[in-house]
Design a binder for this molecule. Structure first.
Ligand code: NAP
Length: 250
């Protein structure tokens, strides 16, 4: 197990990729702080499943795009113990034609997908440095950092920018032993893209672009995150890796 004795905070972990990441990190020995915007039944079910694996689990609700919530999430999480691993997973996707996009829609996507990662990473690093602790951050980007899909002129830039955010934070935080990497998922079977998976018109065209010829599962993203978060990746920082079944590579 790669993460025995570590505590990991996973944002947006109530469902989908975040839930899969939380499960894999727990399988690797980590205790998990589960964040989602609401502390609803999904989070409690996940916490219960993690506790059944013999790990500790704490649910902390909060909107990671709001500074006050970020501070409150980290305060609550630190009662659980010092956080070793931050996974910036929470994100939203909307599909809006470029000419119809409003300021409010641009700001909402950018704040949830990008600003949240900057705020959470800065809060994590300030606290780790103050306590003289090293750490690891994994930011979740998207295949759309490299592939154009219609109606994503707001979403795609918020995800491509995560690569630059990752590189720049890693450059400043390397001195403190804090590593920062990014995982770009491809088509992953979650509620966010269920409409694609359930569309006989759209799905074959998308899957046809994927070398492995199938959507991925949240646990497959979780395994890449666990590797990057662990000491197995002790000399890897500032990198972005595609977990996309060979979509970008095809
Ligand atoms: P999902 O099924 O919609 O799950 C996202 C979770 O994040 C939800 O539980 C959501 O809560 C939560 N969340 C949303 N806004 C939040 C906020 N401001 N603060 C805290 N939690 C918040 O999405 P997913 O497919 O698992 O995606 C996870 C990440 O992977 C996102 O960053 C997404 O952009 C990225 N991604 C996904 C795919 C894919 O194919 N699925 C591909 C590339 C990248 P609610 O449900 O209550 O809104």
């Amino acid at each position: 197990m790669k993460l025995v004795g570590k505590i990991a905070l996973v944002t947006g972990a109530g469902q989908g990729i975040g839930k899969g990441i939380a499960e894999v990190l727990a399988d690797e020995g980590a205790d998990i702080v589960i964040n989602d915007i609401y502390a609803d039944e999904r989070c409690e079910v996940l916490a219960d499943a993690i506790q059944k694996k013999g790990r500790r689990a704490l649910v902390v609700a909060g909107d990671v795009s709001k500074r006050a919530d970020v501070d409150r999430i980290f305060d609550a999480a630190s009662d659980f113990g010092p956080i070793d691993v931050l996974v910036n997973n929470a994100g939203i996707e909307t599909i809006i034609p470029f000419l119809e996009l409003t300021d409010k829609q641009w700001e909402e996507v950018t704040e949830v997908n990008l600003k949240s990662q900057w705020m959470c990473a800065q809060t994590f690093c300030k606290r780790a440095i103050a306590e003289d602790r090293e750490g690891s951050i994994v930011n979740i980007g998207s295949i759309q950092a490299a592939r154009v899909l219609p109606g994503r002129t707001h979403y795609a830039p918020s995800k491509l920018a995560i690569e630059a955010l990752t590189r720049n934070i890693s450059a400043e935080m390397g001195y403190y032993g804090i590593r920062v990497n990014c995982v770009h998922p491809g088509l992953i079977d979650t509620p966010m893209i269920r409409w694609v998976l359930e569309s006989p018109e759209i799905l074959p065209g998308v899957v046809g672009q994927i070398s492995l010829g199938r959507p991925g599962q949240p646990l497959e993203v979780g395994k890449a995150v666990a590797f990057l978060a662990s000491d197995d990746a002790s000399y890897i920082t500032g990198q972005s890796i595609y977990v996309d079944g060979g979509w970008v590579g095809k």
